[in-house]
Each structure stands twice: as structure tokens, then as C-alpha cells.
Design a protein around this ligand. Structure first.
Ligand code: UD1
Ligand code: CA
Length: 466
């Protein structure tokens, strides 16, 4: 029978070495908190039951993980062993328990799985995931016996000069037998250079008790890297970015120049889509095939169909159909849904607004809380005044509506199918289908008016030097 599997994610560290006000594990790699990466790796490795060890402010960590995660609090930060001790009551003696660090986001699910297979096969008390690093500075070193078994992990600050030469390092991820871990935790002491309860000392405890400690060497050493400083965080971003870009190139995405391109790990992009410099794609963003995205665009949690162009624009929590063009310099704020063959030009802002197929909003327009049909045309400078200082109201525009330049729509208001508004009209009553709404002061010309303003005429002429 499959043994139950649990994971403990160590996440109580503060942001001191990061010089951050927030918990360290919330520092981001490719726009996603490190903690989220680690949880995802555990889930992908098939571990369903996850315990997060949080520090002072667990509420800050909750949004970064699934709701099913259980939280325990480590009130004083006395080391990694002390952190796992905080979760001891939740550990099942009959389970295999993975312990992983919330600050090592490149942990690969494949490695967690392979290490687990070895852990079971060798019937180890503990199996650590280790890696061989060119520069092992700062990591715990793996001390092997002549027969290849693991004897101990020695932290850098406790290591002798010769131990510091060891390039095999502890990744900070392990599989434990639940029973062994529960026994070992209360036996840890803080007699070391940092005065902390080191989880790593469980290895020597296992060996001392005649149990087996094993090691699984991660084939890609990057997988073991952690972030203790901003510089290391930037390195991890660089590695993760490379991996993501390579995956998209492999899938047929066209990235002629990588400058300023950041793509989050969950983003999906269809083949033949071109991503141009300065483009940031975050969260659950999905882009169809044959699009051009960028330069200088930002998409977050947004779905874009096929054959679209998004130029120098900012889209958040929105959807876009096929064959639609947006920008340059436009914004789709949350809750916007744009259909197929839509044209959104420059300096257009949509908020919580839907546009039907073939509608055109070419320039300088704000549409808030609006529902717009198909084949509509918005002239330059249309504004939906959706907010009266207290409440927000909705505007409804039917199909084939022509909204003249500089129209103000004061909702709640409905423009019927095929209706028109004259340029400069302020619409505050419904317009029936097929009607023209004109609401503006009638023009009056005063003959000779300018000649009577002699003083003005002697001065600079309108538009001259102003
Ligand atoms: C640790 C390991 C080291 C390994 C390295 C890999 C120990 C003693 N050392 O060192 O062998 O090479 O990770 O990255 O385990 N944490 C808590 N509570 C605490 C202390 C730490 O929750 O009291 C959490 C931190 O938030 C972090 C993780 O545990 O996510 C690791 O702690 P950190 O202080 O970064 O350990 P390292 O010095 O990197
Ligand atoms: Ca660390």
C-alpha cells in the first residue's frame, strides 16, 4: 500500500537578509512568491497534505498558498530544526514526510519524486536532496562515508577548512520517515556556531542510531539553489526566466530579442506569436497563436485569442477575442471583455466593460462599467461618466451604434440598436433604437465681434507664440 505523504514547508524566516519588510518567502521569482513555487512543486510531486511553518504573520502567507494548506506558527526563530518541531504534532509516524525550504523555489517535482522512490527503496530514515555546485559558499556541505553513505551535514559556519572544499551541498529538501522525524526533533541541540537548532543534525542522529541516511543528487544543480539575499534572488530570477523562455521557444513562440521580457511560469503562448521587448506577462495569462504582443506591454491574468496585436498597452484580469488590436498606450482594467475583430486604438481605457465583435474605439476614450454590442463605432474623446461621487452606474450600448466625438454618457443610460449621438452631446436619457441624440448648445455667430476687441488684436494673435 502507498504510504501517506506529507510535506512541511519552512517559511518562518523574516526578510532581514533581503532588507525586506515582508516575510522572505514572499519575495518573488518571475512575479510569483517563492513560497507559491515551492507549494506547486510539492503538489506536482503528488503530495496533497501540506503544512506551512509560518513566523509572526501567518496571515501574510495565506494568500500565497492553496486554502487546503495547514498552518503552524513558529513564534521564535531558533533554526530549521526548531521550525519543524512546531509542526511535530501534525506529523504522522506512518507517513513519509518531505521537508522543504520556502526560499528554494527552483525545487523540481521530478527530483522530489525520484528522491522519494530512493527513500522507499533504501528504507532510509532520511534521504536528502543534494547537488554539486561550482561555488558551494553558504550551503551546508554533505559529508560522505567511504562507502558512499551520508555521515552528516555540516553548515558552512561550522565547517573545517577541508570540509569547506566539499562541493556537494544540502538543498534543504529531505524525505523523512515520519516516526524517525518525530523522535529526532526533540533530540536536536543548539550547540553550533549559530546557536540554532539545525534540522540538518537529524542526519548524524540517524547514523548514530544505526539507521540509514541516503542522498539523492539532483541532476540539475540549479534546482537546489536558495535565495538568502537580493543578489541570489536576482540569480534565481535569471535562471527561472531562462527556463521559461526556452520552453516557449521550444513551443514555437517567436522572441527575436529577449530584452526586458519577463514571462511568469504559468503563462501559455501559442505558436507563431511574437513577443517583443519590454513585455511582461504575469499570472494565469494565456495568449493564442499568431499574435504580436509588445513592445512594452504588460498582461496579467488575461486571456488573448488568436491573431491579436497588443502594442504598448496594459491589460489586467481581462479577456480579448481573436483578430483584435489594442494600443498603443491603452489600458484594459479588471473585468473587461473584448470580442473578435475589435479595434482599440490609442489612449483608450476600459474598466469592467465588454465590447462586442467588430466594434471600434479608436482614440482618447474612457468606458467604465459598460456593455457595448457589435459593430459599434466610438468617435474620439467619448467618456462614460460612470461615477457620481457616491455610486457607480452601468451604461448599455446596443449593436451598430454610432457614438459621436466628445459624447458624454451619463449613466444609467441605454443607447438602442442602430442609434446615433451627435458630436459633443451629453446623453443622460435613453436613446431609442435608430434615433439620433443631439444635446448641445446651438451655435450662434456674432458678426464683427473680433474688430471690436482692438486691444486684443494688437497683441499676439491666437495661437501665435502661446
Ligand atoms: C539551510 C540548511 C543548509 C542548506 C540550505 C539550502 C540548515 C541548518 N541549513 O541553510 O544546510 O544548504 O538551507 O538552502 O537547515 N526557517 C524557519 N524557521 C527558522 C529558520 C529558518 O522557518 O527558525 C526557514 C526559512 O524561512 C527558510 C528555510 O527555513 O525558508 C531555510 O532557512 P535559512 O535560514 O535560509 O537556512 P540556510 O542558512 O539557507
Ligand atoms: Ca536559505
Amino acid at each position: 500500500m502507498e504510504r501517506r505523504r506529507q510535506a512541511v514547508i519552512l517559511a518562518a524566516g523574516d526578510g532581514k537578509r533581503m532588507k525586506s519588510d515582508q516575510p522572505k518567502v514572499l519575495c518573488q521569482v518571475l512575479g510569483r512568491p517563492m513560497l507559491t513555487w515551492v507549494e506547486e512543486a510539492c503538489r506536482q510531486a503528488g503530495i496533497q497534505e501540506i503544512i506551512v511553518v509560518a513566523g509572526d504573520r501567518p496571515e501574510l502567507l495565506r494568500p500565497a498558498v492553496s486554502e487546503s494548506c495547514r498552518f503552524v506558527q513558529q513564534r521564535q526563530r531558533l533554526g530549521t530544526g526548531h521550525a519543524v518541531l512546531a509542526a511535530r504534532e501534525l506529523l504522522d509516524p506512518a507517513a513519509d514526510v518531505a521537508v522543504v525550504c520556502g526560499d528554494a523555489p527552483l525545487l523540481r517535482p521530478e527530483d522530489l519524486k525520484s528522491a522519494h522512490a530512493r527513500h522507499q527503496q533504501e528504507q532510509n530514515a532520511v534521504t536528502l536532496l543534494c547537488a554539486r555546485l561550482e561555488d558551494p559558499t553558504g550551503y551546508g556541505r554533505v559529508v560522505r562515508r567511504a562507502d558512499g553513505g551520508v555521515d552528516a551535514i555540516v553548515e558552512e559556519r561550522d565547517a573545517s577548512a577541508s570540509q569547506r572544499q566539499i562541493q556537494e551541498v544540502n538543498s534543504g529538501a529531505y524525505w523523512f520517515s515520519g516516526a524517525f522525524l518525530r523522535d529526532a526533533l526533540p533530540q536536536l541541540t543548539a550547540q553550533n556556531a549559530q546557536g540554532e537548532y539545525y534540522l540538518t543534525d537529524t542526519v548524524a542522529l540517524a547514523v548514530g542510531a544505526g539507521l540509514r541516511a541516503g542522498a539523492y543528487l539532483c541532476p540539475q544543480p540549479d534546482a537546489a539553489l536558495g535565495a538568502n539575499s537580493r543578489r541570489q534572488l536576482q540569480q534565481l530570477n535569471g535562471i527561472a526566466r531562462r527556463q521559461v523562455l526556452d520552453r516557449h521557444l521550444e513551443n514555437g513562440v517567436d522572441i527575436p530579442l529577449e530584452d526586458g521580457i519577463l514571462i511568469g511560469p504559468q503563462v501559455r503562448i501559442g505558436p507563431d506569436t511574437q513577443i517583443l521587448p519590454g513585455t511582461i506577462l504575469e499570472g494565469e495569462t494565456s495568449i493564442g497563436p499568431g499574435c504580436v504582443i509588445g513592445p512594452n506591454s504588460m498582461l496579467k491574468n488575461t486571456t488573448v485569442g488568436a491573431f491579436c496585436q497588443i502594442k504598448a498597452s496594459w491589460l489586467t484580469d481581462s479577456t480579448v477575442g481573436d483578430h483584435t488590436t489594442i494600443g498603443p498606450f491603452s489600458q484594459l482594467r479588471p473585468g473587461s471583455h473584448v470580442g473578435d475583430h475589435v479595434k482599440i486604438g490609442d489612449f483608450v481605457e476600459l474598466k469592467n466593460t465588454s465590447l462586442g465583435d467588430h466594434t471600434s474605439v479608436a482614440h482618447l476614450t474612457y468606458l467604465g462599467d459598460s456593455q457595448v454590442g457589435e459593430w459599434c463605432n466610438f468617435g474620439c474623446g467619448v467618456v462614460v461618466a460612470n461615477y457620481d461621487g457616491n455610486h457607480k452606474y452601468r451604461t448599455v450600448v446596443g449593436d451598430r451604434v454610432f457614438v459621436g466625438c466628445n459624447t458624454n454618457l451619463v449613466p444609467p443610460v441605454t443607447l438602442g440598436d442602430g442609434s446615433y449621438t451627435a458630436a459633443g452631446t451629453t446623453v443622460d436619457q435613453d436613446v431609442p433604437a435608430g434615433a439620433l441624440a443631439i444635446g448641445r448648445v446651438r451655435q450662434e455667430n456674432k458678426p464683427g465681434w473680433a474688430d471690436e476687441h482692438v486691444a486684443f488684436k494688437k497683441g499676439p494673435q491666437p495661437g501665435n507664440g502661446r
